[in-house]
Design a protein around this ligand. Structure first.
Ligand code: FES
Length: 327
């Protein structure tokens, strides 16, 4: 099959790399042409990108930084990412060649423009600018902002703001859109800027610390807020907070002793069990498996599962009772 369809894998879509370009010292733009069967994204959604690196499939999740209309028109999508020196995938993107085949997932995620009759406040931190670029690309193309004022607060370190020329072009095309390029050093914390937008619907994409600041302020003034964070939320302890307990984990005939402090994924990895995973933060679903019995806690929400058979994601699940899973 690989002879006829390079990078064909059951359950994945294929895409060809069209271009890889540096946007700044550590930000990279990757243009992909997904195969025809790929279902077009909604602006703001992300995909899992899988590349074979040294014979191993490596997956990371990226937001699509271009609109759905652009995909329909050009058949291409764009990813914009920070290259992490110690990262498993991003340092390898530089060496991808034009026309190389990679795998992508279907678009995922709920972080899209809300259908509300309110002004919108977009709050971006670092590479959290990407979903907003996609949303603005689509909304301005379809003239959807004619009655909706939109302001973007874009925080990044000095000289690390990217795609500013595109923001400037959006502003020229749409008088309802404006933006502020901000650095913490010069402009202070996010909180200092939020009181001007009390009547808006807030959309936040950035590091967890930024999200926490926005969430706190939104709660104080009852502003509606939608968000996407980069890092997994901190793990929540089990029913005896702060107290470590051990349980047994039965899988494929083997029993492991696990605790209620770490995710099931980390403990299976520490025990050198063969587990498939990707993002490590509950987005890509590659670590999904069947829980046959027992109760787990979702580390993002604190929600407990029931004890029946169901699908769980190992990277965001902690044991609350003894467990049996099928890997
Ligand atoms: S590894 Fe991506 S959801 Fe668990």
């Amino acid at each position: 099959m690989q002879q006829f369809k390079p990078a064909w894998r059951d359950g994945y879509f294929r895409a060809r790399i069209m271009a890889v370009k540096n946007l700044s010292t550590d930000m990279l733009e990757v243009v992909l042409k997904p195969e025809r069967a790929w279902p077009t994204h909604t602006a703001g959604q992300h995909i899992a990108l899988t590349i074979e690196i040294n014979g191993r499939l490596t997956t990371r999740v990226f937001t699509v930084a271009s609109g759905a209309d652009t995909h329909r028109r050009t058949k291409c999508i764009r990813l914009v990412t920070k290259v992490k020196a110690q990262g498993a995938l991003t340092p390898h993107l530089h060496s991808c060649l034009p026309n190389q085949w990679v795998n992508i997932s279907a678009p995922m995620g709920e972080f899209i423009v809300p259908k509300v009759e309110k002004p919108l406040l977009m709050i971006a931190g670092g590479s959290g600018i990407t979903p907003f670029i996609a949303m603005l690309d689509d909304a301005i193309e379809k003239a959807q902002l004619n009655n909706t004022p939109v302001h973007l607060l874009y925080f990044a370190k000095p000289n690390e703001h990217v795609l500013i020329d595109e923001l400037s072009a959006f502003q020229k095309r749409c008088e309802n859109f404006s933006y502020s390029i901000l650095t913490k050093q010069k402009d202070g914390d996010l909180e200092a800027h939020l009181s001007y937008f009390a009547d808006a619907h807030w959309l936040v994409c950035g590091p967890n610390a930024m999200y926490e600041q926005a969430r706190h302020c939104a709660e104080l003034i009852s502003a509606p807020l939608s968000s996407e964070h980069f890092a997994a939320l901190p793990a929540i302890n089990s029913s005896s907070p702060g107290q470590s307990e051990t349980f047994s984990l039965l899988h494929n005939g083997e029993t492991l002793t696990i605790d209620n402090q770490q995710s099931l994924l980390s403990q299976l990895q520490q025990a050198e069990q063969p587990v498939t995973y990707g993002c490590g933060m509950g987005i890509c679903h590659q670590c999904q498996c069947v829980k046959k019995r027992g109760v787990v806690r979702d580390t993002r929400t604190g929600e407990l599962s029931d004890s029946a058979e169901q699908l769980i994601q190992l990277c965001v699940s902690q044991a609350v009772t003894d467990l049996e899973i099928q890997l």
